[in-house]
Design a protein around this ligand. Structure first.
Ligand code: ATP
Ligand code: MG
Length: 128
C-alpha cells in the first residue's frame, strides 16, 4: 500500500507538469489511521486530482488535511469549471469507485460545488 505522504509527492509532480498551482494544508503524516484506510485515501486523492487535471481547467488545486478527535477529513479543492449538472457518477467510474472504496473502510464522500469543485472525504480514526 502507499502512504499518503508518498502519494502527495507524485501528486505535486503531476500538478506541476499540468501547470496547476498546488497547495497543501495540514500534516500528511497520518498517525490515527489504519493502513488499509490510508491506502484507500491515497487512491481517492489520486483519482480526485486526476479529475482536476482531466476535467476542471483549474488554475490551482489545494489539498486540506483536517484531523479531529474522531475522524479525518481530506478536501481536494479546485477553482475550475465545476462538475456539470448531470455528469456526476455517470460518465466514468472514478467517483463511483471512490465512493465504494470509502464505504468499505466506513468512510464517505461529498461533492461540493463552489464555483470549482471540492471533494470532501471523511474516514474514521483507527483509535479514539
Ligand atoms: P474515469 O475516472 O473512469 O477515468 P471520468 O474521470 O470521466 O472517468 P469520474 O471520475 O467518475 O469519471 O468523473 C465523472 C465526471 O465528473 C467527469 O467525466 C467530469 O465531467 C466530471 N468531473 C469530475 N471531477 C471534476 C472536476 N474536478 N472538475 C470538473 N468536472 C469534474
Ligand atoms: Mg475520473
Amino acid at each position: 500500500g502507499i502512504r499518503l505522504e508518498d502519494e502527495l509527492v507524485h501528486i505535486q509532480q503531476f500538478l506541476a507538469a499540468a501547470e496547476i498551482d498546488y497547495m497543501l494544508e495540514g500534516n500528511p503524516k497520518l498517525t490515527n489511521t489504519s493502513l488499509i484506510t490510508e491506502n484507500v485515501l491515497s487512491m481517492c486523492i489520486k483519482e480526485a486530482v486526476t479529475n482536476v487535471v482531466k476535467h476542471s481547467g483549474a488554475k490551482s488545486c489545494s489539498i486540506l488535511i483536517e484531523p479531529s478527535r474522531t475522524d479525518l477529513v481530506i478536501k481536494v479543492k479546485d477553482d475550475g469549471t465545476g462538475i456539470p449538472g448531470n455528469d456526476l457518477y455517470f460518465k466514468g467510474h472514478g467517483l463511483q469507485g471512490m465512493r465504494e472504496r470509502l464505504e468499505f473502510v466506513n468512510g464517505c464522500m461529498d461533492i461540493v460545488r463552489n464555483g470549482g469543485t471540492t471533494i470532501v472525504i471523511k474516514v474514521p480514526n483507527a483509535f479514539h
